[in-house]
Ligand binder design. Structure first.
Ligand code: ATP
Length: 362
C-alpha cells in the first residue's frame, strides 16, 4: 500500500467503514483519507462497491458501521442535504422541462441570492464548461456530452466542498469520453475542488486521478498514484485489472522465479526461498533484442507464433519452448528487428519488471 502523508489535515477521513445490504456485505473495513484539492478515482470491476462507497460519502445511503470525518468533524450521520457536495451521475439527471440555464440555476435559487447575481453566475458557468450559447435550450436538444457538461456546471454552481462524480462519462461514446475527461480534469485543477470519481475504466482513472483507490469485492486492494499502481501493483488482481499481464504459478529460488519452462531473475525480496508465488509480466516489458546483443539476464530465445497489428503497436504471440507469452512491440521495434510471424526473436525481460506476488497456496 502506498499513501502519501501530507502535512495538512485530510479533507475526509473514512475509518472502519462497513456497508451491508441484508446479509450481503458490500463494503468491509474501508480506511481512506482524501486530501484537499486532490482528484481521487475509485476503480474496480462491476459490483466491487465503488458506488456504494460514493453514496455513503455523499450521505445518500449511509454506512452500516464506521465513521466519516470532514475537516476533523464527525459527519457520519449528517444527511446528504447537510453536506456541501456537488454530485454528477452517469445519467445526466437534468430536469427535462427546465432550460439549461434554469437547470444550472436550480441549486443557486435556494440560496436566496439576488436574481442578477444568479444570472451572472450561470453565464460564468456556461462559459466555464464551454457552452456559452446554449442557456435557452432544453436538455433534449443537447448531445450526451453537452448534457453532461451542464450536469457538471450544475454540480459546481454552489462551489461545493467536494465534487462527487459517479461514472460521469460511461454513457458517452469513446471520442466524446476522451475529450471530456481532459476537460473535467482541467476544470477540476482550475477550481481546485476536491473530487472523487467512480469509474470502472482503467484508462480513465490512470489519466485523470492524482490517486487511485483500487477496489475488489468490497475491500480496498491498493491506494496510490497512477504510476505507483501501474508499475508497482500490490496484488495480482491490481496488476491484471490495470493493464495486462502474462501470469504464471512459480517458485522462488535465491533471487529467481522458476516456473514450468522458464527460470527468470527477479526481485524476490519478501518471498521465502521455496515459496509458491504468482509471477506477472506486462506485455510491454518484454523487449526485443538484436541477435548479436551482449549476454544479459533474462534473455530468452523466442519463436514468433503470430503478430497482430493494432494500429499504434503490434501484439506478438511468442513461444519460449512450450511457454506462451504475449508481448507488445512498437512499430519502430518491429521495423528495426524485422520481427515477423514464424521467425526467431531474442527478447529480454528486465528482472525488476518481473512482478512477484504471493501464490494462492502461500
Ligand atoms: P458498478 O460499476 O456495476 O456500478 P459498483 O462497484 O459501483 O459496480 P455497487 O453498485 O457499489 O458496485 O454495488 C456493490 C454490491 O452491492 C453489488 O454486489 C450490488 O449488487 C450490491 N448492492 C448495491 N446496492 C444494493 C442495494 N440497494 N440492495 C442490495 N444490494 C445492493
Amino acid at each position: 500500500m502506498t499513501d502519501r502523508t501530507p502535512a495538512a489535515q485530510p479533507y475526509l477521513e473514512i475509518r472502519n467503514l462497513w456497508k451491508a445490504f441484508g446479509d450481503f456485505v458490500a463494503l468491509r473495513d474501508i480506511d481512506l483519507d482524501i486530501h484537499p484539492g486532490e482528484f481521487v478515482c475509485f476503480l474496480g470491476p462491476s459490483g466491487c462497491g465503488k458506488t456504494t462507497l460514493l453514496r455513503a460519502i455523499a450521505g445518500l445511503d449511509p454506512q452500516s458501521r464506521g465513521t466519516i470525518r470532514q475537516g476533523g468533524k464527525d459527519i457520519s450521520t449528517l444527511p446528504a442535504s447537510g453536506r456541501d457536495y456537488g454530485i454528477v451521475f452517469q445519467s445526466y439527471a437534468l430536469f427535462p422541462n427546465l432550460t439549461v440555464e434554469r437547470n444550472i440555476a436550480f441549486g443557486l435559487e435556494n440560496t436566496g441570492r439576488p436574481k442578477a447575481e444568479i444570472k451572472a453566475r450561470v453565464a460564468e458557468l456556461l462559459a466555464l464548461v464551454g457552452l456559452p450559447e446554449q442557456g435557452q435550450k432544453y436538455p433534449a436538444q443537447l448531445s450526451g456530452g453537452q448534457q453532461q457538461r451542464i450536469a457538471l456546471a450544475r454540480a459546481i454552481a454552489i462551489s461545493p466542498g467536494l465534487l462527487l462524480l459517479d461514472e460521469p462519462l460511461s454513457a458517452l461514446d469513446a471520442k466524446v469520453r476522451v475529450h471530456l475527461r481532459h476537460e473535467i480534469k482541467e476544470l477540476q485543477r482550475k477550481l481546485g475542488v476536491t473530487t472523487i470519481m467512480v469509474t470502472h475504466d482503467q484508462e480513465e482513472a490512470l489519466s485523470m486521478a492524482d490517486r487511485i483507490v483500487v477496489m475488489n469485492h468490497g475491500v480496498i486492494e491498493q491506494v496510490g498514484t497512477p504510476t505507483e499502481i501501474y508499475r508497482h501493483p500490490a496484488t495480482l488482481f491490481v496488476a491484471d485489472f490495470i493493464g495486462e499481464t502474462n501470469h504464471f504459478d512459480a517458485q522462488v529460488q535465491s533471487g529467481r522465479v522458476q516456473m514450468a519452462g522458464l527460470d527468470l531473475a527477479a526481485v524476490t525480496g519478501g518471498h521465502a526461498p521455496g515459496s509458491a508465488v504468482r509471477v506477472a509480466i506486462r506485455p510491454e516489458d518484454i523487449l526485443p533484442m538484436a541477435s548479436d546483443a551482449p549476454e544479459a539476464e533474462n534473455r530468452l530465445a523466442a519463436q514468433v507464433a503470430d503478430m497482430e497489428f493494432l494500429g499504434s503497436y503490434w501484439r506478438a504471440h511468442l513461444k519460449v519452448g512450450e511457454v506462451a507469452l504475449v508481448a507488445n512491440f512498437s512499430m519502430n521495434a518491429v521495423r528495426r528487428f524485422d520481427i515477423r510471424s514464424g521467425a526467431a526473436q531474442l527478447v529480454e525481460i528486465p528482472a525488476e519488471r518481473v512482478l512477484v506476488f504471493r501464490g494462492a497456496s502461500a
